[in-house]
Design a protein around this ligand. Structure first.
Ligand code: PLP
Length: 422
């Protein structure tokens, strides 16, 4: 094992096998320095939508880099940012009118939190409570960790995290309990915003719930004049089927956060979209009402150009058909696991498929994820279970044969981990 100074994310270096160096990427594959092709069945942590190195996106990056590098985004603007904002407003749920750029999902959510608090501050209402859903994930900064589920991942930072109201996850048949809890929070009159992942709680274990819950929550938010923040960082760009998951509930959030698939996954970029009333509450000759937020790399022109190319791919290519094809492949393979006692919670939301491995109770759960991950890697697949939750979220260029390979591997790995003959 070669020693490296690099400290990798979410990695326990004392337990991990040597880190693999990737030499190139191609479509649904990562290719290591020895030429091994690894099927990227989780879209490199959910960012790659169409496939690695989509030619139109790479060309846009090359061309933009002939003209720009980073440009300060106060006092100045540029065509890629303007074009992208225009395009985003056109395709986003109706009512969203302004686009604030940043560079990651976490910053997109931080911006949303600040917009919500800033809105009520500027209109002179004392509302400072944030409501979230149990098992939510919104990023790894202090603010977004505060809004997310608490556990071993953030125990050390707990003293710095701010308090939020947590709604119970809307388990099937228990949806009303979630709506009632939200209404109870709203009655305090102090709730500024509900921050929620629409339809699928990703990092919390690919937990899925019905669109009616989302529209129910939106109706309550409207009734109590509390802002509805949709964290579509993972669910956006077709993962649940339509472009944004909110569309399935027929709702328009007050604030929408997008990142991961915004550039097709090629470059870091994020956008927080908001309604006119939020922007207008910050519009004033009083400088104190300014939205005081910036990242150095706000609206990087090359990243914006990549995102513009992504919009063009959505407009010009058969992306929807590819998504529908992938949905059908998942449906077919998942059906073959129905009634299989090794699995429970077999579920799908568009291009995301998940199932829980039934593991015997007792401390074993923490190790089952890394163990499965290693077994998948031995089979040439990048699949990173969340504990006992196995999920697939491949890029849309994936073929039926590749998807079948992933399900065969799940079948095989599950048996190995459970110590049962296949
Ligand atoms: C990944 C994710 C984030 C954080 O995005 P980063 O780019 O990793 O900071 C926020 N919200 C959701 C729902 C996510 O899945």
């Amino acid at each position: 094992m070669t020693s490296s100074s690099v400290w990798h994310p979410f990695t326990q270096h004392a337990l991990e096998p040597p880190i693999t160096r990737i030499a190139s990427t191609d479509g649904a594959y990562l290719i290591d320095e020895d030429g091994n092709r690894i099927l990227d069945a989780i879209s490199s942590w959910w960012v790659i939508t169409h496939g690695h190195r989509h030619p139109a996106i790479m060309t846009a990056i090359r061309e933009a880099s002939e003209a720009y590098d980073q440009i300060i985004f106060a006092e100045f603007s540029h065509a890629p940012a303007e074009k992208l904002a225009e395009g985003l407003i056109r395709i986003a749920p109706p009512g969203l009118k302004h686009v604030f750029y940043s560079d990651s999902g976490s910053t997109a959510v931080e911006v949303a939190l600040k917009m919500a608090l800033g809105y009520f501050h500027n209109i002179g209402q004392s509302r400072d409570r944030i409501v979230v859903m149990e098992h939510g994930y919104h990023g790894d900064t202090i603010g977004t960790m505060s809004a997310g589920e608490r556990g071993i991942f953030n125990a050390a930072y707990e003293p710095l995290l701010f308090g939020v109201d947590r709604l119970p996850f809307p388990e099937t048949g228990m949806e009303q309990r979630t709506l009632d809890a939200f209404e109870a929070s709203c009655r305090s009159g102090r709730v500024a915003a509900l921050v929620i992942e629409p339809l699928v709680l990703g990092a919390g274990g690919m937990k899925m719930y019905e669109p009616q819950v989302l529209s129910g929550l939106k109706a309550i938010a409207e009734r109590y004049d509390c802002l509805f923040v949709a964290d579509e960082v993972m669910t956006g760009w077709g993962r649940t089927g339509p472009l944004f998951a909110c569309e399935q509930a027929g709702i328009s959030p007050d604030i929408l956060c997008t990142s991961k698939g915004l550039t097709g996954g090629a470059l870091p970029l994020a956008a927080t979209l908001c309604t006119a009333r939020i922007f207008d509450a910050h519009l004033s000759t009083d400088r104190r009402k300014t939205f005081f937020h910036s990242s150095s790399y706000t609206a990087n022109p090359i990243a914006c150009a990549a995102a513009v190319a992504n919009l063009e791919i959505w407009r010009d290519e058969a992306v929807t058909e590819r998504i529908q094809g992938l949905e059908a492949m998942h449906r077919q393979h998942l059906a073959s696991f129905e009634g299989d006692e090794r699995f429970t919670g077999i579920r799908q939301a568009g291009t995301i498929a998940a199932l829980d491995l039934v593991v015997p109770t007792g401390g074993y759960l923490a190790d089952v994820g890394p163990r499965m991950r290693r077994l998948f890697r031995e089979r040439g697949l990048l699949i990173r279970p969340l504990g006992n939750v196995i999920y697939l979220m491949p890029p849309y260029c994936v073929t039926a044969g590749e998807v079948a390979r992933a399900y065969d591997a799940i079948d095989e790995v599950a048996s190995i981990v459970l110590g049962k003959p296949q």
